[in-house]
Design a binder for this molecule. Structure first.
Ligand code: NAI
Length: 254
């Protein structure tokens, strides 16, 4: 009997796939039959994700090392995917992200640039390269999913660089959605609230308790909660949704 998985024959590129939300996204999309490119700047992290994926056919899952903030590295990534898989990614999840927190008056130019370069410029570079290829290969069912943050909506003390980058991701998402709709490529964003990943382990306990109290559901999210929303946006279940921002926050700052 033919398999009825949601993402059969699709190829998903997941940046930041080596950890946290990106890893859970790789696992959720693989479960639904997608081939996966685990792309990360951290080789060991990417390998761990690769090893966590179900044993599939040869070449169903590969890993690639990339620095999403560098255009040359992004170009090399797509060249390598083409050589190794002979297929263009038609699902792209931009999950690579960093924080470098500090109060605005104490923030260095470097701290600002580093965060913007990975979170916003990196999302742009990957999205642009992927869309160009999808158009050139006449792929008509593309889905780009950008992981923003609820902090991009409400701001946060000590995170003006991060908040700016994540608000920027929303503007980028809506613009890409408008430009790419005619090619059949959808582009949406997810704004997670506090999700239990390595990224939040450095957040002081006091701050975590404060945000937990503010969250109507009274708990932090899991990477899987974001992954399931990504799966929906990647699949044909969301065929008529583009330029949308889905908040996965347990109700925080709704
Ligand atoms: P994480 O720190 O667990 O994973 C981020 C991954 O991105 C790491 O594997 C890291 O090696 C990779 N990465 C960093 N810089 C890179 C670069 N230049 N090129 C390629 N890969 C790079 O973080 P987490 O929590 O999984 O975050 C994923 C995304 O979700 C990020 O964009 C983050 O801003 C966003 N987010 C996370 C929230 C949370 O509470 N954990 C809340 C809201 C948004």
């Amino acid at each position: 009997m033919a398999s009825t998985k949601l993402l059969n024959d699709r190829l998903a590129l997941v940046t930041g796939g080596g950890s946290g939300i990106g890893r859970a996204v790789c696992q959720a999309l693989a479960r639904e039959g997608a081939k996966i490119v685990v792309a990360d700047i951290n080789e060991n992290a990417a390998r761990s994700t690769l090893q966590s994926l179900p044993q599939g056919e040869e070449n169903s899952y590969i890993m690639e090392i990339v620095d999403v903030s560098q255009s040359q590295s992004v170009n090399n990534l797509f060249t390598s995917i083409n050589q190794r898989l002979c297929q263009v990614p038609d699902i792209v999840v931009n999950s690579a992200g960093i924080t470098h927190d500090g109060l605005m008056n104490e923030m260095t130019e470097q701290m600002f640039d580093d965060v913007l370069n990975v979170n916003l410029k990196g999302t742009f570079l990957i999205t642009q390269a992927a869309c160009r290829l999808m158009i050139a290969h006449k792929i008509k069912i593309g889905s780009i999913i950008n992981i923003s943050s609820i902090i991009g909506k409400v701001g946060n003390i000590g995170q003006c660089n991060y908040a700016a980058s994540k608000a920027g991701v929303v503007g980028l998402t809506k613009s890409v959605a408008k430009e790419m709709a005619k090619y059949g490529i959808r582009c949406n964003a997810i704004m997670p609230g506090f999700i239990d990943t390595p990224m939040v382990v450095t957040v002081p306990e006091k701050v975590m308790t404060h945000f937990k109290k503010l969250t109507p559901m009274g708990k932090f999210g899991k990477p899987d909660d974001v992954a399931e929303a990504s799966l929906f946006l990647a699949s044909s279940k969301s065929n008529y949704i583009t330029g949308e921002v889905i908040e996965v926050t347990g109700g925080l700052f709704m």
